[in-house]
Design a protein around this ligand. Sequence first.
Ligand SMILES: NC(=O)c1ccc[n+]([C@@H]2O[C@H](COP(=O)([O-])OP(=O)(O)OC[C@H]3O[C@@H](n4cnc5c(N)ncnc54)[C@H](O)[C@@H]3O)[C@@H](O)[C@H]2O)c1
Length: 433
Amino acid sequence: MKVTMIGTGYVGLVTGTCFADFGLDVVCADIDAAKIALLEQGEVPFYEPGLAEKITQNVEAGRLAFTTDVGAAIRDADAVFIAVGTPARDDGGTDLSFIDAVAHEIGKNLNGYKVIATKSTVPPQTGARIQKILLEEAGAEAAFDVVSNPEFLREGSAVADFMRPDRIVIGAESERAVEVMKALYRPLYLIETPFIITSVASAEMIKYASNAFLAVKITFINEVANICERIGADVHVVSKSMGLDGRISPKFLHPGPGFGGSCFPKDVASLVSTAELNGYDFLVGQAALDANARQRQIMVDKIRAAADGLEGKRVAVLGLAFKPNTDDVRDSPAVDIIEGLLRGGAVVRAFDPAAMETARVVLGDRIEYAEDTYDAVADADVLVIATEWNQFRNLDLARLRDLMTRAVMVDLRNVYSPHRMHEQGFHYTSVGR
Ligand SMILES: NC(=O)c1ccc[n+]([C@@H]2O[C@H](COP(=O)([O-])OP(=O)(O)OC[C@H]3O[C@@H](n4cnc5c(N)ncnc54)[C@H](O)[C@@H]3O)[C@@H](O)[C@H]2O)c1
């Protein structure tokens, strides 16, 4: 079976590569000629552990290719996946212009039955919108099925997540389309991955409801952490004990600077917007967005307090990506917090193992970019741990003390133990402890 992936970003490239790894014949198409040229030279346009090796293997095996000729890739395929971006509009709704453009392109190139599957996260009812565009372009006789197949992979562990997912969701209105989708995912079917076969609208909603729930869960423990600080309780003991309750589960109960990245903020905002358009006020979702924005401000306030004011202070920030093992800084708490520090008059010097280039696009020359961890910390008045990369978990504390003007650390990811840090002579602040 021939598969075309339209959009070769984090999701499209990982999905396309993994489908090729399943033995399918895959073409990844993108309108970004620079990205396709890099891939054709054997380079990966972003950082994702384990992906480069899989791309090389599958290209060498002749199962994976790249192109900017989106139309030809569509005409060649039995199944076309849409994996383009669905960014937030200023009003919180979803910008569907990339989806619409791809739908028009597919409609123009429909030359026989194809399954058109949406991997992008799209608001409920987008499947019907794609269907309408396809019919307009290809005519009422055109043979196709529109399927919703939301993706749940996480950047930083995307390949492993794709290969061992918790579930595969297939929203389809025809048996023929379901059979095609099952055939594509056959290797996962064989290892007994749960398959949820449902309507297109329910599949679209599953993705939004899942992301909104996780965002609320993170926000919930952050709010609990803020209360713990005020009453002298330790949020780690609280969250660990909560997590032992099977109804709650321990995951996503780690306090910090708030959720970020390219998915949670926009997906929660989108569900709020979809609810509103349908006459409903999604109170919990809106509260999570508001509390999350406040959490980032609370982090800036913490740093201001620890540094004894921000004006003219040198702040070393470790971590720029929205989480470890990625170079993605889209809606990263670290970047937002740095903006707050700059507004307060601080001088920021930062280091991230993978996200220096992506951060430079956003922050430009408003901050200093360090060579490594200890270079970032030199002459700093305060050190902020903003992203919990493994290499920040075992810092040489004596060396930090020597390099800094004062031994002050604000640990926004609760990587270190308050007791140990105080023993080591640090003025140490974390979240909820
Ligand atoms: N990044 C994640 O962790 C993640 C996880 C699950 C779902 N999603 C969803 O998947 C979708 C894609 O996310 P991403 O992070 O991979 O985005 P991305 O921005 O990394 O990649 C999107 C790609 O689509 C290409 N594109 C845009 N218009 C095109 C067109 N007309 N024809 C061909 N290519 C086109 C862009 O050039 C870009 O390379 C979004 O809806 C996102 O919400 C993302």
